[in-house]
Design a protein around this ligand. Structure first.
Ligand code: PLP
Length: 310
């Protein structure tokens, strides 16, 4: 089965879904997107799409900012996604990329008076960061951009150049991931992940005022910590120096899952190994996103792969 895309209101082979070189979004970054995981559960023979409606709610918010009119409800967007996944027939972990964009083929920097379009791509997706051993991070020399520049609370394509600067600088300097600081020097987030610290038994994460994307994995971890471990998360400003003295640190994201951070700016986090609470939350999260924890099955949309296969 060839990989499929949903493009210009139809399902078609990915190789046939093309945009013109004059497309507005290609020149000016006037698009917004989501990243959604589908997790293969071999025991259930099921592909579970994780928190699909929440991702589309966030996409609709991004569209609102960009003045993109998406003509579908959240339910319809979830239906289209499931249909695309079924058509693609994957029986392994996948990544779903919905993207809404300014599709007019003309020059001119603006948001108004342009045509909009929407597409969904589905692809296989392996590990993004090392969730087992943990990763080494650096604080980036690239500051997180402010809300009144390009709002980081939305996944706007053009904004991701800021993230790309930070990620490439980190990797080229020998680290796995960058931690960006806000313009006033507080800890914000990774290039594609939110950040958590454990300080004196408290779970701490930057608040919505710290130029972060309000991550769906972040929210999942906050809920799991509270409901399953009785731990409340404190959302507050975090100083850079707190990164160096924290007992544990981990990143969260659709791509990154829950990834332990074992070193920051050449200083070991605690003893330089994944922390105990990090491991507990990681296990809880993996079980939930793969549909193994039936209490949270309402977060998993079944793509009914086995029905399509038979
Ligand atoms: C900049 C940024 N922060 C955080 C996240 C994590 O968000 P989520 O958990 O919704 O994937 C992402 C990933 O989408 C991201 O790109």
């Amino acid at each position: 089965m060839p990989p499929y895309a949903y493009f210009q209101n139809q399902f078609l082979p990915l190789s046939e879904a093309k945009i013109g070189i004059m497309t507005h979004a290609f020149h000016y970054g006037t698009a917004c997107f989501e990243g959604i995981r589908g997790n293969w559960n071999a025991k259930d023979e099921e592909l579970y799409i994780f928190r699909c409606p929440e991702h589309y709610q966030r996409l609709l918010n991004s569209c609102k900012l960009l003045k993109i009119a998406l003509p579908h409800s959240i339910d319809k967007l979830c239906e289209l996604t499931i249909e695309l996944v079924q058509k693609s027939g994957y029986r392994e972990d996948i990544y779903i990329r919905p993207l809404a964009y300014k599709s007019s083929e003309l020059f001119g920097v603006r948001l108004h008076g342009l045509e909009d379009n929407f597409l969904i791509i589905v692809t296989t997706f392996g590990p993004y960061l090392d969730t087992e051993k943990g990763i080494r991070c650096c604080t980036s020399s690239w500051r997180r951009i402010d809300d009144n520049m390009i709002p980081p609370r939305c996944k706007i394509s053009g904004l991701y150049v800021n993230n790309a600067f930070a990620k490439t600088e980190a990797v080229e300097n020998g680290y796995d991931e960058a931690i960006m600081l806000t313009s006033d020097g507080h800890v914000s987030e990774g290039s594609g992940e939110n950040i958590f610290l454990v300080i004196d038994g408290q779970l701490v994460t930057p608040s919505c005022y710290d130029r972060i994307l309000m991550g769906i994995t972040r929210d999942t971890v906050i809920q799991l910590a509270k409901n399953e471990l009785g731990i409340e998360t404190v959302e507050r400003h975090i100083d850079r120096s707190e990164l160096y003295v924290a007992d544990e640190c981990f990143l969260t994201g659709t791509a990154a899952h829950v990834t332990p951070v074992v070193e920051i700016d050449n200083r070991k986090v605690s003893k330089g190994a994944p922390g105990k609470l990090t491991r507990e939350l990681q296990k809880l999260y993996f079980d939930v996103e793969c549909g193994r924890n039936k209490k949270y099955l309402h977060w998993c949309s079944s793509a009914c792969t086995k029905m399509v296969k038979t």
